[in-house]
Design a protein around this ligand. Structure first.
Ligand code: ADP
Length: 452
C-alpha cells in the first residue's frame, strides 16, 4: 500500500495536535474535525484543513460516525486516526471506515471486539494462561450469583462493568451486607453509560500497583513491547501521573510481564499500538486487568525511554509497513520519564472542573522537558469535554534527575485565569513515599495532606 497523502483526525484537544505533528513529519496532509465549541483550539489552527462537524455535544460531533466519515470522504482522506477516547475503541466505527474505503489507524474490528468486552478479554487471557485477578466465571445475572463468588474469593470484592471504561460501573464492596446495593448501582451506572449493564466480579486487591505494558504489532508478524509504565497515582481509578520505567519492576519481572502481554497480542492478531494493563500485588504477582486497543494518553513516557515516535509508527504500520524499530527489541529503558496530567480542575476543591479563559500562560522548557497541549493565552477551556489541558513530560537519565526536572518545570509552568492540577503535582514530587517510589493505587487516599 502506498503511503497516505491525507489523513483525517477524529479527535480533539492535545491528541489532535499530537497527530497533526506526526503527519507533518511524515509529509502527509492533515484534516482535523471539530465541534462548534472547539473552533479556536490549536489543532484547528495547525492542521492543513479543518471541518466543523456539529455542535458542542459529543453525540452530535466527535461521536457522530456519519459526520466524521462524511468529512473524510468529501475531503479525500485515505485514512482516519481516532486518537484516544470517543470512537477510538469502537469496532462499528472501524468497520464503517473500511466500508467507505478509509483505513482505520488501529487494530481490526475483530481485535477491538475481542478485547473491548472486559469479561470476554478476561476469559481469553485465562484460556491462554495469562494470570487474571480471581473472580467470577463470566458475567453475573443475579446478586445471589455475585454472593457465591464473593464468598469464594473473600471480601473486599470489586463489581466491574464488562463494557467499562473511565472508572464507570465499578463498585468496591467491603462486606456481604453491601453487595446488593453495590450490584444494583454498578449495573444501573453501566447501563446508563455504555448501554450494556453486564457486570462481573473480581477480588479487590489491597494496595496494588497499576503497571501496563506498551505493545506494538505490524501486519508482517512482528510484535514487540516497549517496557512498562507505572500509573499507580490515581484519583477515583483515574490516572493523574505516570512514569516509565516502574520503580517496582526488575528486568526479570519486565521480561515476564512483557511475555504475558505479547501472548495476548498474538492471540487477538493485534495490529498497531496497544496497552495491556496489569495489577501488581505486594508479593510481586501480576494479574491481567484489561487491554486498551488504542494509543494512550500516557504514551509519551514510553516514547522518551525508548526513543520512538508511537504515533508516526501507528500511521506507518497502518499503511502496511513493518515496525521501523523492530531490530531494537527487546527494549531496555533508557533513563526515566514522568508525565503530569495538567487538568483544568481545582485540586484544593476535590478536583472540581474549572473551565474558563486562560488569561496568560508561561510554558516550561529547557533540557528534558516536553509539553503536549492544545491551549494558549486567550483560549477558553470549554465545559463540555475532558478537563485535560496539557501534558508535561520530563525525562532524566535517572528517576532522581527526572524528579528534579519535574519540580523545576512545574515551577516554570504558570497558568492564569483557571485553576489547574499543577500545584498538586508539585506537592507529590516533594512527598517522601513518591520520592522513594513507594506508590500504590491508594496513594491519594493515604496521602490526604496533598489535597489540603
Ligand atoms: P477502567 O477501564 O474503568 O478505567 P480498569 O479496569 O482499567 O477500569 O481499572 C481502573 C483502576 O481500578 C485500576 O488502575 C486500579 O486502580 C483499580 N482496580 C481495577 N481492578 C482492581 C482490582 N481487582 N483490585 C484493586 N483495584 C482494582
Amino acid at each position: 500500500m502506498p503511503m497516505f497523502k491525507k489523513v483525517l483526525i477524529a479527535n480533539r484537544g492535545e491528541v489532535a495536535v499530537r497527530v497533526v505533528r506526526a503527519l507533518r513529519e511524515l509529509d502527509i496532509k492533515s484534516i482535523v474535525v471539530y465541534s462548534e465549541a472547539d473552533k479556536d483550539t490549536l489543532a484547528v489552527k495547525m492542521a492543513d484543513e479543518a471541518v466543523c462537524i456539529g455542535p458542542a455535544a459529543s453525540a452530535q460531533s466527535y461521536l457522530s460516525m456519519p459526520a466524521i466519515i462524511g468529512a473524510a470522504v468529501s475531503r479525500g482522506a485515505e485514512a482516519v486516526h481516532p486518537g484516544y477516547g470517543f470512537l477510538a475503541e469502537n469496532a462499528e466505527f472501524a468497520r464503517a471506515c473500511a466500508d467507505n474505503d478509509l483505513v482505520f489507524i488501529g487494530p481490526t474490528p475483530k481485535s477491538i471486539e475481542m478485547m473491548g468486552d472486559k469479561n470476554v478479554a478476561r476469559e481469553t487471557m485465562m484460556r491462554i494462561g495469562v494470570p487474571t485477578v480471581p473472580g467470577s466465571d463470566g458475567t453475573l445475572d443475579t446478586v445471589e450469583e455475585a454472593a457465591k463468588f464473593a464468598d469464594e474469593v473473600g471480601y473486599p470484592v470489586l463489581i466491574k462493568a464488562s463494557a467499562g471504561g473511565g472508572g464507570k460501573g465499578m463498585r468496591v464492596v467491603e462486606s456481604a451486607d453491601q453487595l446488593e446495593s453495590a450490584f444494583d448501582a454498578a449495573k444501573a451506572e453501566a447501563g446508563a453509560a455504555f448501554g450494556n449493564d453486564a457486570v462481573y466480579l473480581e477480588k479487590y486487591l489491597l494496595r496494588p500497583r497499576h503497571i501496563e505494558i506498551q505493545v506494538f504489532a505490524d501486519a508482517k508478524g512482528n510484535c514487540l513491547h516497549l517496557c512498562e509504565r507505572d500509573c499507580s497515582i490515581q484519583r477515583r481509578h483515574q490516572k493523574l501521573l505516570e512514569e516509565a520505567p516502574s520503580p517496582a519492576v526488575s528486568p526479570e519481572l519486565r521480561q515476564r510481564m512483557g511475555e504475558a502481554a505479547l501472548k495476548a497480542v498474538r492471540e487477538v492478531n493485534y495490529l498497531g499500538a496497544g496497552t495491556i494493563e496489569f495489577l501488581l500485588d505486594i508479593d510481586g504477582n501480576f494479574y491481567f486487568m484489561e487491554m486498551n486497543t488504542r494509543i494512550q494518553v500516557e504514551h509519551p513516557v514510553s516514547e522518551l525511554i525508548t526513543g520512538t515516535d508511537l504515533i508516526k509508527e501507528q500511521i506507518l504500520v497502518a499503511a502496511g509497513e513493518e515496525i521501523s524499530f523492530k531490530d531494537r527489541a527487546p527494549f531496555m529503558p533508557n533513563g526515566h520519564a514522568i508525565e503530569f496530567r495538567i487538568n483544568a480542575e481545582d485540586p484544593d476543591n476535590n478536583f472540581w472542573p474549572c473551565p474558563g479563559t486562560i488569561t496568560s500562560i508561561t510554558l516550561p522548557g529547557g533540557p528534558g522537558v516536553r509539553l503536549d497541549t492544545h491551549v494558549y493565552a486567550g483560549y477558553s477551556v470549554p465545559p463540555t469535554y475532558d478537563s485535560l489541558i496539557a501534558k508535561l513530560i520530563v525525562w532524566g537519565s535517572t528517576r532522581d534527575e527526572a524528579i528534579a526536572r519535574g519540580k523545576r518545570a512545574l515551577e516554570e509552568f504558570k497558568v492564569d485565569g483557571i485553576k489547574t492540577t499543577i500545584p498538586f503535582h508539585k506537592k507529590v514530587l516533594f512527598e517522601q513515599d513518591f520520592e522513594q517510589g513507594s506508590i500504590y493505587t491508594d496513594y491519594i487516599l493515604t496521602h490526604e495532606q496533598l489535597l489540603a
